[in-house]
Design a protein around this ligand. Structure first.
Ligand SMILES: NC(=O)c1ccc[n+]([C@@H]2O[C@H](COP(=O)([O-])OP(=O)(O)OC[C@H]3O[C@@H](n4cnc5c(N)ncnc54)[C@H](O)[C@@H]3O)[C@@H](O)[C@H]2O)c1
Length: 321
């Protein structure tokens, strides 16, 4: 095997799990991270390992950083939904970095796996989202859509580079991933925030009325999905949803209650509702539910970890058990 894989965002939540798994499978991995959100300590378990090389840099410079041949690039480095910022950095970072990574992949003739998001389905009311579903995002004046917009531009750019330059790529749309190793705060989504709040005996912050629903995916399942794409290179230039089953759809308020019950079973549940107006011109996705039937059919992959099981593992990790 011994293929050379480059991972951008290797010091982040998904990147650190993925790097560890790929090293254990015998791949040589070069990881790039500017540590803007990631943490060098997330790489402790593999940083000295044979076959791993870390480059602390912005991935926008990728072309000058790696001279060796590269078999596969997995592009994870990204900004996320700007709840508390302007959206300027989201567009700047995500579009410029992805452009550099795509040009690099074309030059190196490497397969490029791109981490996109379920957020691109936006306000599409037709549930569950499958890979051909319409991407229905809102006004360009709304900063909330800069994340989905930046990911969609990159997806289209990949598809065009496939047609025009023969680039081989895969677009991976992840649905709310959680598990041990998540970063602190909203960047990691509601599971982390609700767990942290419950453990500090604070009220969970519910954005809006909490009736918006989601499906999530446990980190181990997501990593096995990415590995199944690496192993199956016969069907490239496709979009793949990675999500748990539709039966796992849960509202944000019920997620908060579930976590409260797990962490503070004897205390009363007292959520704190934050109106969307606190985020300026914001817009919420009412239901974010996908289907991963395509990955099940063509990659023989499916998510195995239930939300209850995944939350318990995450809670134990935070407790250091
Ligand atoms: N975690 C999820 O639930 C989820 C859901 C949908 C999509 N995704 C996508 O998956 C990818 C990984 O997500 P994550 O949860 O691991 O995020 P994360 O924030 O934990 O990791 C991202 C890493 O990228 C690094 N980074 C950011 N910009 C960089 C740049 N320009 N150059 C070099 N490094 C840079 C950060 O320092 C960080 O270590 C992202 O592209 C994200 O959009 C994640």
């Amino acid at each position: 095997m011994n293929q050379h894989i480059v991972i951008t965002g290797c010091a982040g939540f998904i990147g650190s799990h993925l790097t560890m798994t790929l090293l254990s499978k015998g791949y040589r991995v070069t990881g790039i991270d500017n540590l803007s959100y990631g943490n060098a300590s997330k790489m402790n378990s593999f940083s000295g390992q044979k076959g791993f090389n870390f480059i602390e840099s912005d991935a926008v410079n990728i072309e000058n950083l790696i001279l060796a041949p590269v078999d596969i690039i997995i592009h994870l480095a990204s900004e996320k939904i700007p709840r508390y910022s302007s959206g300027y950095e989201t567009l700047q970072n995500n579009i410029n970095t992805s452009e550099a990574v795509i040009n690099f992949a074309i030059k190196k003739n490497s397969l490029l796996l791109f981490a996109s998001t379920s957020d691109v389905y936006g306000k599409n009311p037709n549930i569950p989202f499958h890979e051909e579903s319409d991407c229905v995002i809102g006004s360009s004046l709304n900063k909330r859509w800069t994340y989905a917009g930046s990911k969609l531009i990159t997806e289209m750019r990949l598809a065009a580079a496939g047609r025009a330059k023969g680039l081989k790529f895969q677009i991976m749309r992840f649905f709310g991933c959680y598990g041990p190793g998540m970063s602190s705060g909203w960047r990691s989504g509601p599971q982390q925030v609700f767990l942290e709040k419950a453990m500090r005996k604070e009220s969970p912050e519910i954005h809006g009325d909490g009736t918006q629903t989601r499906t999530y995916i446990f980190i181990d399942d997501l990593i096995s999905g990415i590995v199944s794409l690496i192993n199956n290179q016969t069907q490239t230039n496709e979009i793949w949803n990675f999500c748990s089953s539709e039966n796992e759809e849960i509202s944000v308020i019920d997620l908060a209650k579930k976590i409260h019950k797990m962490v503070r079973p004897n205390d009363e549940f007292k959520p704190l509702f934050i109106p969307y107006s606190d985020f300026g011109y914001y817009e919420e996705v009412t239901r974010r539910v996908g289907t991963a039937e395509k990955a099940k059919r063509l990659l023989a992959w499916k998510s195995k970890t239930s939300l209850d099981e995944g939350l318990l593992q995450t809670y134990r990790w935070i407790q250091g058990i």
